[in-house]
Ligand binder design. Structure first.
Ligand SMILES: Cc1ncc(COP(=O)(O)O)c(C=O)c1O
Length: 381
C-alpha cells in the first residue's frame, strides 16, 4: 500500500481487499490443506509459471494477506510468515549460514535464540562469535572473511540493552554483511530497522503484532530474493504458518499502532513509579534517563520506548515471590506484548521482568504501589 498513508491506516488496510468471490469484507480463513485445479490444463499452466496455490505448507491465501500487510508496515519488499518466531529466526540463519558461514551475534539475546546460535548452528557447521553489540569496534573486530550475517535485538530480552542500530547498520553496509534484526520488542510501530540499514527483519509475531496472547507466529521481512529463498526453505523445515493463526494476526495487526502507543505510555508510568520506590533497587527501561543507553534509545525511537521493563527488588531474590503473589492484575507468565500485563521472575535473580499491558494506568499504578507496600511491611495482612 502506498507509503503516503500513515502507519495506522496501513495497519488496517494493507494486504486486504474484499474477497473477490464472495465480497466478504475482511480476509476469510482458508482453512484447507490443498488447492484444487479446475482442469489438467490448469496444472500445466501452473507448471509453466501461472500463479496458483498448491498445498498449504507452501502457501495459503490468508497467510499471504498477512505477509503483505506486515511487509508494508515494516517497509520491506516482501515477507514470509512462519509457525513461530523461532521458525523465522532459524530459517533465516540456516539460509544465510548455509555451507558453514560465520555469524557475529549479540551476546545479549533471548535465551532460546542464544541456544540456537551457540549450540544448534555450530552443529550444522556454522561458526559463531557472541559479542557485546554496544561496542561497535568489538563487532567490527569479530568480522572475518567468512562472516555472512550480524544478528541482534535492538532492545534486548530480558534486560533491555540498547544497541546503536544506525551505527551498526552503517558498519554492516560498509563491510557488505547482511544485518538481521529481531524487532519483536519494539514492532514496526516504534522502529523500522530497514530504515537504519537492516537487511532482514525477524519477529516473534506472538508478541506485539498479535497483541492478544492467543497465537504463535513469526515473520521474516526483507528484499524479494532473500524472502523467496527462505520461503523455499521453510516448507522443508516444516515451519509454515497456518491459516487460523494468520487470521488472528491479521486482526491483531490492525490495532498495532494505538496499542503500542498505550503500552509505551503505561510502561513509562510504571517505570517512573518503580524508580521512585524504596523497595526497588534498580529499573531497566530505555525511556528512563537513568538507563545507561537512554540517549541512544531516544535517537532510535524518539519518545516512545515500548512496553517492556525489568526491575530489581531491594529485598533481593526472597522478595520476588511475595511481590508476584501480592500483585492482582499481572499474570505470572512468560511472553510479552499481550494486552494484559505479564510479570516473570528472571531465574536465580532479584529481577522480575514486566510486559506492561494496556489496562487503565491508574489501576496498574495502584496495584504495583499496593504490592510494593506489602513488601515494606511484611507483617501487614
Ligand atoms: C525477542 C524474541 N525473539 C524471538 C522469540 C521467539 O518467538 P516465539 O516464541 O514466537 O517462537 C521471542 C520469544 O519470547 C523473543 O522474546
Amino acid at each position: 500500500m502506498a507509503q503516503r498513508f500513515g502507519l495506522s491506516t496501513r495497519s488496517i488496510h494493507a494486504g486486504e481487499a474484499p474477497d473477490p468471490s464472495t465480497g466478504a469484507n475482511g480476509v476469510p480463513i482458508y482453512q484447507n490443506a490443498t488447492f484444487a485445479f479446475r482442469s489438467y490444463q490448469g496444472v500445466k499452466a501452473w507448471r509453466d509459471g501461472a500463479p496458483h496455490f498448491l498445498y498449504a505448507r507452501d502457501g495459503n491465501p490468508t497467510v499471504r494477506c498477512l505477509e503483505l500487510k506486515l511487509a508494508d508496515l515494516e517497509g520491506t519488499a516482501d515477507a514470509v510468515a512462519t509457525a513461530t518466531g523461532m521458525a523465522a529466526i532459524s530459517a533465516t540463519l540456516l539460509h544465510l549460514l548455509a555451507g558453514g558461514g560465520h555469524l557475529v551475534a549479540s551476546s545479549d539475546l533471548y535465551a532460546v535464540i542464544k541456544e540456537l546460535v551457540v549450540s544448534d548452528l555450530p552443529a550444522f557447521g556454522a561458526t559463531v562469535d557472541l559479542v557485546d553489540f554496544t561496542d561497535l569496534a568489538a563487532v567490527e573486530a569479530a568480522i572475518t572473511a567468512e562472516t555472512r550475517a550480524l544478528f541482534c535485538e535492538p532492545f534486548s530480552n530480558p534486560l533491555l540493552t540498547v544497541i546503536d542500530l544506525a551505527g551498526l547498520g552503517s558498519l554492516a553496509a560498509r563491510r557488505g554483511i547482511p544485518l538481521v534484526v529481531d524487532n519483536t520488542f519494539l514492532s514496526p510501530a516504534l522502529l523500522r530497522p530497514v530504515e537504519h540499514g537492516a537487511t532482514v527483519v525477524v519477529h516473534s509475531a506472538t508478541k506485539y503484532l498479535s497483541g492478544h496472547g492467543n497465537v504463535l507466529g513469526g515473520i521474516v521481512r526483507g528484499a524479494k530474493p532473500t524472502v523467496a529463498a527462505i520461503r523455499r526453505l521453510l516448507p522443508r523445515l516444516g515451519g509454515t504458518m497456518g491459516a487460523f493463526p494468520a487470521w488472528l494476526l491479521l486482526s491483531g495487526a490492525k490495532t498495532l499502532p494505538p496499542r503500542v502507543e498505550r503500552h509505551s505510555g503505561n510502561a513509562a508510568a510504571v517505570a517512573k513509579l518503580l524508580a521512585g520506590h524504596p523497595a526497588v533497587a534498580a529499573v531497566r527501561h530505555p525511556g528512563l534517563a537513568s538507563h545507561p543507553r537512554h540517549e541512544v534509545a531516544r535517537r532510535l525511537v524518539g519518545d516512545r520506548f515500548g512496553g517492556m521493563l525489568a526491575f530489581e527488588l531491594a529485598g533481593g531474590e526472597r522478595a520476588v515471590g511475595p511481590l508476584l503473589d501480592a500483585l492482582e492484575l499481572p499474570a505470572i507468565a512468560v511472553s510479552l506484548g499481550d494486552c494484559g500485563t505479564l510479570i516473570w521472575p528472571l531465574a536465580g535473580t532479584s529481577w522480575p521482568r514486566l510486559s506492561v499491558g494496556f489496562e487503565d494506568v491508574v489501576d496498574l499504578e495502584r496495584d504495583v504501589t499496593h504490592a510494593l507496600a506489602r513488601l515494606d511491611s511484611p507483617a501487614s495482612p
